[in-house]
Every structure is written in C-alpha cells, then in structure tokens.
Write a protein that binds this ligand. Structure first.
Ligand SMILES: Nc1ncnc2c1ncn2[C@@H]1O[C@H](COP(=O)(O)OP(=O)(O)OP(=O)(O)O)[C@@H](O)[C@H]1O
Ligand SMILES: [Mg+2]
Length: 330
C-alpha cells in the first residue's frame, strides 16, 4: 500500500468483489487524473495572471483549481457571457478581471459597475448614455457603460439588484447588440463581453419571479461558482503567507514567521467574509506585529465558530501544522 496500491483483496474472494475493486480503482484513477489536469491548468492560468495582471489568484484546492480552469477556458472565447456566483469576498471580481486580462480583450477597457449603486432613475443614462438636454440634469452629452467598455469587458456586479424593467432592457441589448442613447434614436453597435456576478441564488429568485427567467438563461451560459473559504481550508496556508508578505512589504516590516497557534486559530474559524475577511485580518495582524513573527495576540477574530466536523479540522491541522513549523524554521 505504501508503494502506491490503492486497494487489496483478501482470499478467498468472489468474482464480484474483484469487479467492484476494479470499478473503484477506475474511478479513483479518473479522479486523480482530472484533478491533475485541473491543477495543471490552474498553474498555467495562475502564471498568465501574474504576467498580465501583476498578481495572481491563490488557491489550488480542487474547488479553486476547477474555477481557475473554467476561467482560463472561457477567457479563450470572445463574447461568451459569464456568471460568477459565490458568497461575499470569495473573489468574484478578481476572477472577472482574471478572465479579461488573459482574453483577447485585454488591451481594451475592463469596466466594473455595481448595479446596486446606480439609482433606478439614472440607470438608462448610466448604461446607454444620453444626448445633451435629454433630461433636466443632462447638461452634456454622455456615453454609457456599454460604449465606454467597447471592445472590452463589462462587469455587472450584484446583478440580482437590477429592476425587472431594466432586466428586460439588458436582455434586448444582449440579443441585438446595440444601444440607443437616451433622447436619441440612433443605434450604436456594442462589442462587449458581459460578466455578471451575484452572491444571491438567482435560480431561486427566478422561481419566485423576482428575476427574469429569459435573462437568467442568457447570463448563465457559463457559470463559475466560487466556494466559500471554509470549504477549502487547504487554500488557507497559501493565502495567509501571501497576505503576510504583501502587507509586511507594504508596511516596510520584516515579518517572516507564523507560530502554529496563530495558524490553528484561523484553521478553526469559519470566515463568513471569506478571503476579503482573511485579508483584513492579516492586514491588522501585520500592523500589530512589531517583531518578525505573527502570534495569536495579533489576531482578532470576531467570533469563533466551527462549522466543520472536529475530525476534518484535526486532520487538516496535523497535515498543515507541520508545514508551518517547517516554514517557521527556515
Ligand atoms: N484566491 C484569491 N487570491 C488572492 N486574493 C484574493 C483571492 N480571492 C479574493 N482575494 C482578495 O480578496 C478581496 C475580495 O475579493 P473580491 O472583491 O474579488 O470578492 P467578491 O466576491 O467580488 O466580493 P463581494 O461579493 O463582496 O463583492 C480582494 O482584495 C481580492 O483581491
Ligand atoms: Mg465584488
């Protein structure tokens, strides 16, 4: 077994048992192969991002490797609409920028618009533009986001907040690929890739008639779901060290080590705010740390909760504490 056998059968055995073992092994080999392909693609995409974006997306847990692999696949298409789902702080905008920066649109604008931040009354002029005098406050002519993002990518964040009325208008643009500025009749062709993001379950909203079904099907041609950090604790070490390095460089400190207890506390925390929360926690820790080692007293976790089963956590800890200790010694 230590040399790599995945299973064994004791004598006397039945034919049926061998069949089952072969089936199990086949599945195991397939899984390992898939994982390797995805991790390979992850490293490729991570390197590309580093080159084009200046920083990369950290995390090669199976779930992140899958998301990154989808990201690099869809980046190769030109107009395919992408929907990125995931809890707050899981990296949706980062992935959207990632798609843009490794796509052929990379030399054109990436416009990020938070739908919930645009007042309903200004929606059309913001997205489609207007001509001078089209309405009371329209002092000058203005291009909308679709025109500004021409040849590039338009990122629509918090898409679930769009009113039903505006959803219908967005759908028409996606289908006809033209916009008309408010107060005019002229159709302006638009060439943008739409990436939208949400932390809501839009499928459920469709069921409740809170989101248009036709638009939903249009937006979700390609879905990338980003798992919450508490479901991919394997990524914690990489993120932790990267944020430690980033903030310590930024604040001109020379923090190089993390004691196991600091790490263990984070391992048993459930991160409701996901990677963003971890990043903030690390920024604070680096500010508070005056030496070269991060310790539990530099940590301020709001409330400690443990959503995983004790067993899972301790298994991960055993595996990773070793790593921290090794890193600490170096
Ligand atoms: N895998 C990752 N590697 C490195 N940094 C990450 C990763 N995921 C998220 N971050 C960082 O965490 C912060 C939050 O990410 P981002 O803004 O993309 O999240 P979001 O899903 O759009 O959140 P929200 O739903 O609140 O808008 C950013 O500073 C981002 O750079
Ligand atoms: Mg966001």
């Amino acid at each position: 077994m230590r040399l790599g056998a995945v299973d064994f059968i004791t004598k006397p055995f039945r034919f049926h048992e061998i069949q089952m073992a072969i089936e199990r092994t086949r599945k195991y080999i397939d899984t390992v192969r898939n994982l390797k392909t995805m991790q390979h693609r992850y490293h490729y995409a991570a390197e590309e991002l580093q080159n084009h974006l200046g920083h990369t997306i950290i995390g090669d847990s199976p779930a992140m490797a899958k998301a990154m692999s989808l990201m690099s696949t869809v980046a190769q298409t030109d107009e395919t609409t992408v929907l990125i789902t995931g809890e707050s702080g899981t990296g949706k905008e980062l992935v959207a920028r990632g798609i843009h920066s490794i796509s052929d649109r990379k030399h054109h604008p990436f416009c990020s618009v938070n739908v919930s931040a645009i007042p309903v009354s200004l929606f059309e002029s913001e997205f489609f533009g207007h001509k001078k005098g089209a309405f009371t406050d329209a002092g000058t002519e203005k291009a909308g986001w679709f025109e500004i993002a021409d040849s590039g990518t338009l990122f629509l964040d918090e898409i679930s907040e769009m009113s039903m009325d505006h959803q219908a208008k967005l759908l028409r643009i996606l289908e006809e690929r033209v916009v008309i500025r408010v107060g005019t009749h002229q159709e302006i062709p638009v060439n943008v890739r739409i990436i939208s993001a949400t932390n809501q379950d839009i499928g459920k909203m469709v069921e409740k008639k809170q989101f248009r079904e036709d638009l939903y099907y249009r937006l979700n041609t390609f879905i990338i779901d980003l798992p919450p950090l508490r479901h991919r604790k394997e990524d914690l070490t990489g993120l932790l060290f990267s944020f430690m390095q980033y903030f310590s460089q930024k604040m001109k400190k020379t923090i190089r080590h993390i004691v196991p207890d600091f790490y263990n506390e984070l391992m048993s925390y459930d991160f409701p705010g996901n990677v963003r929360e971890l990043k903030n926690i690390m920024e604070r820790a680096v500010i508070l740390c005056n030496g070269d080692t991060l310790r539990p007293e530099h940590l301020a976790l709001p409330h400690k909760q443990n959503l995983q089963t004790g067993q899972e956590v301790s298994a991960l800890m055993d595996e990773n504490t070793g790593l921290v200790e090794v890193l600490e010694k170096n």
